[in-house]
Design a protein around this ligand. Structure first.
Ligand code: GLP
Length: 265
């Protein structure tokens, strides 16, 4: 795991956007795994800026989002589809037909969505880079604690804590879904590269468990310790409980020195 501690949300977004830019330059038809929630918003804004300035293009990019609520239509402002259109897709040059979420339309069988979604991801060659946020309880996507570490895309019931944490987005609590379709932990682990973003003190404990705790179903994000290529971008607050905090900063310093010496050579 490459753990990078940055000053604040803006630095996290700048670094995340740089990593995504590099990927798109190498592979203009990359497949991106996207996340909703507050955390990636600043990164999406950077990408929109880059696209408007002609630094990158999403023309040949395909995106797969991690999750979607069951029972909200695409037009519902609280649906993740609506969120993605509003916060990213409408502002970049992506083909709307190349943006996917595990959506369950009216009359569709929620249990059939997961396998079909996974087949679609496979048919596009798999995910090159998966962006992740982390829940305060260590969830990734909507894989709540005690999710199987090898789980696939499926229906998941949210914990009461997650419902509570997301309540602020819903005017009418009765309309807030308790179930969602989420990529599984096993599905996420198949992405070739993972970028986990966490900002703010409320994430500090989940971040500590994910990076330094045991690999355990009680902290779904801890499974990322078993992934070959993970970069974790943290602001100071999210990193504040890490026991190896000083070590991660030391590593960053050594890397900088190494890069400088290569540039001098
Ligand atoms: C939500 C989403 C996750 C997201 C997480 C954190 O419930 N399903 O994909 O990463 O919780 O959200 P936020 O970034 O708003 O803190």
């Amino acid at each position: 795991m490459d753990v990078v501690i940055l000053k604040d949300d803006a630095e996290v977004a700048a670094e995340a956007a740089t990593i995504i830019r590099q990927l798109l330059r190498q592979k203009p038809d990359a497949v991106l795994g996207l996340a909703s929630g507050n955390t990636p918003l600043a990164t999406y804004r950077r990408l929109i800026q880059d696209c408007k300035q002609g630094l990158i293009s999403f023309r040949d990019v395909t995106t797969f989002n991690l999750d979607e609520y069951i029972g909200l239509s695409a037009e519902d402002p609280q649906s993740y589809r609506h969120f993605m259109q509003r916060e990213l897709f409408h502002h970049i040059d992506i083909d709307p037909g190349s943006t996917f979420l595990p959506e369950c339309g009216v009359g569709e069988d929620p249990l059939a969505i997961g396998p079909a979604y996974e087949a679609l991801i496979r048919s596009r060659g798999g995910i090159d880079l998966q962006i992740l946020g982390i829940g305060q309880n260590g969830h990734i996507g909507f894989n709540e604690p005690a999710s199987s570490l090898r789980s696939r895309t499926r229906v998941k019931t949210l914990t009461r804590d997650t419902v509570e944490a997301n309540r602020k987005y819903f005017d009418d609590p009765l309309k807030q879904p308790r179930t969602a379709i989420t990529m599984g932990i096993g599905s996420i682990m198949e992405a070739r590269q993972v970028l986990l973003l966490a900002t703010g003190a409320s994430k500090a404990e989940a971040v500590r468990q994910a990076i330094e705790g045991p690999v355990a179903a009680m902290c779904p994000a801890s499974m990322l310790q078993m992934h070959e290529t993970v970069t974790v971008l943290l602001d100071r607050e999210a990193a504040s409980r890490l026991e190896l905090h000083d070590y991660f900063e030391w590593v960053a310093e050594q890397k900088r020195l190494l890069l400088d010496s290569r540039a001098d050579a």
